[in-house]
Design a protein around this ligand. Structure first.
Ligand code: ZN
Length: 350
């Protein structure tokens, strides 16, 4: 199920809105009125600016940004490679809060020069003066993100500082631990003081846990080469093979998808889903070449992390390994089972 929707694309980076953001908008409009709704709409633009500044610095270091997802309490830039280089990581992380402080400062100054009084009620953080309030919100956005706990930017800066003194995976563990602790703390106090605090606490707790798990998986898998995990014995089917026969071959080889070769030349992968979409009684007549083929593969010297990412992106369970010099020749296969085994082994060695 998809929980976020693409709304725009800036510099080739898709910007997605998470469904909780839309719920927040509706909630704010219903509960707090038009002025706060306007503030939230503007805040959304500033969160995008905050995230784009992360992306700009990431790109400067040649790191691809896959997409930006906007959540009610901030955005998340999904970065292709997690920079395991602390010097790069803290620079990418600090760019967002600095942008928010910069925008905040300018708006506060503008608010002094051109006070736009809206007549809206004064609250804990708002004065009713539009530019001034937007300035304050940006400062809060910057400061909130500087909290030294995952998944906030401050957590990344904190991890980078730790990673100069210890292993990257250990630094991640500590930063995530503090994040979880903070999440529990906020949620607990929120019960007595403010319901929003409970939501933010839960968000931080989940974010910190996910980030830690993701980083540990990535750094572990990045250390293992495809050639150390692949099975050199390949069970393949031909384009003319019937689906019934292909399923039999797959079952025997314990493959979830079919690897297609024609006279020793690699053709691609036909997924389990595509094959089983065809009714059982038709599978004896239909042939593999009648189904869509995914042309995906990895090289033996690549990290197993690449195979893992490909499996996730293409929703397959099997990645053919081909020779770098001869990309039409299959050297072996990597299955998700192989990746899981490699992960367990690499984790034990750490
Ligand atoms: Zn940020």
């Amino acid at each position: 199920m998809k929980y976020s929707f693409k709304i725009a694309s800036i510099w080739g980076i898709p910007i997605e809105l998470h469904i909780t953001f839309i719920l927040l908008m509706a909630l704010v409009l219903g509960l707090s009125g038009l002025y706060f709704f306007t503030l939230t709409m503007f805040l959304f633009v500033f969160v995008v600016a905050h995230e784009l500044s992360h992306s700009m610095v990431a790109r400067h270091f040649n790191i691809r940004v896959r997409k930006i997802v906007l959540y009610p309490i901030g955005g998340v830039s999904e970065i292709e490679e997690i920079p395991e280089n602390p010097r790069i990581e803290w620079r990418v992380a600090i760019a967002g809060p600095l942008a928010s402080f910069g925008i905040g400062g300018i708006l506060l100054a503008l608010g002094e020069i051109v006070p736009i009084k809206t007549g809206a009620a004064i609250s804990l953080i708002t004065t009713g003066s539009l530019l001034f309030d937007l300035g304050t919100l940006n400062i809060i956005l910057g400061a909130f993100n500087l909290i030294p706990a995952f998944p906030m930017d401050g957590g990344r800066v904190f991890r980078a500082l730790l990673a100069e003194r210890m292993k990257f995976s250990d630094a991640t563990k500590y930063a995530a631990f503090i994040g979880r602790l903070l999440g529990i703390f906020m949620a607990f106090f929120g019960i007595f003081y403010n319901i929003w605090l409970v939501m933010i606490g839960v968000f931080i707790y989940i974010g910190a846990s996910e980030e830690a798990e993701q980083t540990i998986v990535s750094t572990t898998l990045a250390r293992v080469r495809v050639k150390d995990v692949m099975n050199p014995e390949v069970a393949s089917v031909g384009p003319e093979t019937s689906l019934a026969e292909a399923l039999e071959t797959m079952l025997k080889a314990r493959y979830h998808d079919a690897l297609v070769q024609k006279d020793g030349v690699f053709q691609g992968v036909v997924t389990w889903d595509e094959i089983t979409k065809i009714k059982p009684e038709l599978r004896a007549q239909r042939r593999i070449e009648q189904l869509p083929t995914k042309k995906i593969s990895v090289f033996p010297d690549e990290s197993i992390l690449e195979a893992y990412k490909l499996m996730a992106r293409e929703k397959v369970d099997l990645i053919p390994v081909v020779y770098r010099e001869e990309p039409n020749k299959v050297a072996g296969v990597v299955t998700s089972e192989g990746v899981a085994n490699a992960y367990e082994k690499a984790k034990a060695l750490r």
